[in-house]
Design a protein around this ligand. Structure first.
Ligand code: HEC
Length: 543
């Protein structure tokens, strides 16, 4: 008899208590935002009383999966090590606790929520090895559109350091919307109070801006963006024997590029970035680059590299503005790799009008793999997605990123549906951006890499395989995209005797060019082209 009572006792689970069951979930999944100075403030989950006072809302927010924020579609994405979604068991615990009347439990059990609420959230709770702050408080006016501010701060170390974790932190989260921190090297004797002043000085002295060198470049000349803060972004930790490089020395500066949003009251900000170092060099150096595309297709039209006008930030082309009330504006960025790379993190960034993002890899054999799908992009949660397993793309692969924008009134975040929205070289928060960041390492394998080529031929389709027939001998080119001058020249090309299989064409909507003479560019892999540009000439294929 006693046995069966004990058995029933086990089956009737005791209600969860705050200290034993709920606080660990809150510590691991909520406090990094819901703390003083965090983006979830003034809702602060750092004590029993404060969590209990939000019990009903927590119930709704976690059962609807509105909290914690996580925008990736798990069925159309890779697996991420920072996946923020609560497990079904954790959700059940929170709901049971609310249902049971939010019992507190024994104080002795309570984990340290205050530790999780610390400003610096380094690996294992370690204090940062280096914190760099802006040298003065910046005054932010109460109203108006603020330009992108750039402030230089000297790097306070004299030797190069390998970074194992880093965290950029706004001084005043109510006005800092996002920031990007790059490292630059300035020549001796330059005045460096701020970058704008410096740029003006260089103009005055007739010095080229190219003397302001980015501090960290890869072998392929890609420029590393050191640190980023966007809403919802946490400390970055680099695993798998990888790290980022901080150059040390007296001419090195951190450039804080900050997007402020006025909040109705005059404010001040002094933002910071913290680094955690490792002692030995890593096997892989990680670079952060916005892969907006070597080629960009806007609403189905490939953009030429030689169209006059101001090029959008981080691109080779003039990106047309989004018309007022335009509900679906699409950009596709295509970047091919002539040597292998390994991807560690994906982090799409855009402004108010963006509504969806997708990253797809196209392998040299034509296979496509969706890496990340964000069906409903939300300006307020610009999370980074850390791959559980780094993904190596072999030479001849390409990355295709698609973004959709909604400038209509049905976009609830749209501040001005009646306005045209520009993509500028130095954008404002009211402009748009197409910045699909990728953190990756280059697998420098000493090989010269595959060639990027241009060939002109007749576009034909046979059993769902696209081919370029009667094509000219492929000519090596240095740019993956095409300009109108190159197309004009190609009009004169005589039919050749080469033939190529074309792969990864969906961005270029090839069906409309079938039976026409086209100019194709791409990485060449033994008579296959992983296509980076496909433009029609005025000629029809000769029979
Ligand atoms: C990445 C940052 C972040 C994380 C992690 C996060 N929150 Fe939030 N949360 C916010 C922000 C910001 C708001 C305010 C949202 C708004 O104003 O729309 C918010 C709002 C809420 C609200 C109020 C919702 C409402 O309808 O008013 C609740 C409740 C909440 N969070 C609970 C949680 C819980 C519980 C967790 C952990 C399981 C969590 N949050 C994790 C950022 C976060």
């Amino acid at each position: 008899m006693a046995l069966s009572v004990a058995f029933i006792g086990v089956r009737a689970f005791p209600s969860p208590t705050f200290t034993k069951d709920v606080a660990p979930i809150v510590r691991d999944h909520c406090v990094r935002c819901h703390r003083q100075g965090g983006i979830g403030s003034p809702i602060e989950f750092t004590s029993y009383e404060s969590v209990r006072s939000w019990a009903k809302t927590i119930n709704d927010a976690v059962s609807s999966r509105q909290m914690p924020p996580w925008s990736a579609d798990p069925n159309l994405s890779l697996k991420f090590k920072n996946d923020a979604r609560l497990s079904a068991a954790d959700i059940a615990t929170l709901l049971d606790w609310v249902k049971a009347g939010t019992p507190k439990g024994e104080d002795a059990n309570q984990p340290d929520l205050a530790a999780a609420a610390q400003d610096w959230q380094g690996p294992g709770g370690r204090k940062p090895d280096l914190v760099v702050s802006m040298t003065h408080d910046l005054q932010i006016p109460a109203n108006g559109d603020l330009p992108y501010v750039q402030i230089l701060v000297p790097v306070p170390v004299l030797e190069d350091k390998w970074i194992s974790a880093c965290q950029a932190r706004p001084g005043n989260a109510s006005v800092v919307h996002h920031m990007a921190i790059t490292e630059i090297k300035v020549p001796d004797g330059m005045p460096v109070n701020d970058l704008d002043g410096l740029t003006a000085f260089m103009h005055q002295m007739h010095l080229p801006t190219s003397i302001l060198q980015p501090a960290v470049r890869s072998e392929s000349q890609a420029i590393d963006m050191l640190a980023i803060y966007t809403p919802g972004f946490a400390t970055e930790q680099y695993d798998h024997d990888s790290a980022k490089l901080l150059r040390g020395g007296k001419n090195y500066y951190l450039a804080f590029n900050i997007h402020y949003t006025a909040n109705g009251k005059p404010a001040t900000d002094r933002s910071q970035v913290a680094f955690w170092f490792r002692d030995s060099p890593p096997k892989h150096q990680i670079l952060r680059v916005a892969m907006s595309g070597e080629t960009i297709v806007a609403n189905g039209k490939e953009l030429f590299t030689d169209t006059p006008g101001e090029k959008a930030e981080g691109t080779r082309v003039v990106v047309p503005p989004i018309a007022p009330a335009q509900a679906d504006y699409q950009l596709i960025g295509v970047t091919a790799f002539t040597r292998p790379i390994t991807i560690y993190q994906l982090h799409p960034h855009a402004h108010f009008r963006a509504k969806a993002f997708k990253y797809v890899a196209v392998y040299p054999d034509g296979r496509e793999q969706t890496l990340l799908t964000i069906p409903k992009y939300d300006f307020h949660w610009q999370l980074a997605y850390d791959l559980q397993q780094p993904l190596t793309l072999p030479a001849g692969s390409k990355l295709v990123v698609t973004a959709h924008y909604d400038n209509s009134a049905s976009n609830e975040f749209n501040p001005a549906p009646n306005k045209e929205v520009a993509f500028r070289p130095q954008n404002l928060s009211t402009d748009e951006m197409f910045s699909p960041f990728v953190q990756y390492s280059e697998n420098i394998d000493q090989s010269p890499g595959l060639p990027v080529v241009q060939t002109v031929g007749c576009l034909a389709q046979n059993q769902n395989v696209w081919r370029l027939i009667h094509a000219t001998v492929p000519a090596s080119v240095s740019v993956q995209a095409t300009g109108s001058a190159a197309v004009q020249k190609a009009e004169q090309a005589k039919p050749g005797s080469e033939e190529f299989q074309l792969i990864g064409l969906s961005a270029f909507n090839p069906a409309r060019y079938q039976g026409q003479v086209v100019v194709a560019r791409g990485v060449e892999i033994q008579k296959r082209l992983n296509v980076t540009s496909l433009v029609t000439t005025s000629a029809a294929c000769s029979p």
